[in-house]
Design a protein around this ligand. Sequence first.
Ligand SMILES: O=c1[nH]c(=O)c2[nH]c(=O)[nH]c2[nH]1
Length: 308
Amino acid sequence: MAKNVEGFEFEQRHGKERVRVARVWKSKDGKQHFVVEWRVSINLLSDCVNSYIRDDNSDIVATDTMKNTVYAKAKECSEILSVEDFAILLAKHFTSFYSQVTTAIVKIVEKPWERVNVDGQPHDHGFKLGSERHTTEAIVKKSGALQLTSGIEGLSVLKTTKSGFEGFVRDKYTILPDTRERMLATEVTALWRYSYESLYSVPKKPLYFTEKYLDVQRVLLDTFFGSPKEGVYSPSVQATLYQMAKAALNRFPDIASIQLKMPNIHFIPVNLSNKNGQFVKFDDDVYLPTDEPHGSIEASLSRSRSKM
Ligand SMILES: O=c1[nH]c(=O)c2[nH]c(=O)[nH]c2[nH]1
């Protein structure tokens, strides 16, 4: 919230970015281990204008203290919990513990450590790094008001057929041919907002949000790919993105809105010729993979208020 300071509009926040913590929990017999690795960023909205305009830090919560709080709270969590529940717990601490803190914004990115299988069996204490990352942001006000979003970053997917792009604007600069057969590759970034608007309405079930994250990911992927044998035809990245967003809202009543970013990562058909003629003729087989430039397609979909 902007504040009038010496005749100016003034807004400020402070916090600690990229605090890294890993936490291990053990089963009762100590044999089976669980691990998470989180990168936590904290921002506090608090009344500490005096530190900016005069030599008075008496209202400042030191960012070093914020960092230490991450480790202290991780230690206090005796049971495994979702990254969302940890973000909420931290944000709640900052707003309830410090009188001058009105809002806490806690963002966390979880590193995808996955249990390995050895000899077809889940390993008790062995993990390997996966690819896509689970993210969350909890914004908590002193009143208990909550905004909770979760997301997926770096979900790279590709299908080798059942994709095309036709009927777009043609002008003197257009060279792209219409096609009903191309590769479709993207790196999905998804961000969805939960409908829980208070600390007191959040589901208490352990790992509720971890399961929900996996369910949302599954629905997004199933919609992108279609069934294993038939697949599903994509007339554009735009249409596929919309189908994915719609499926998530239709499937999960407690998701109020979803934003998807789906860059169109191009695989260029290879045709090569020299003076003796063409020696590589593209037949939907040899491609030049690229990472830039890429198309950029993003949209968000929310439940219309009139329906709620
Ligand atoms: O699915 C697509 N959407 C576009 O907007 C676009 N533009 C383009 O050149 N190729 C594609 N493909």
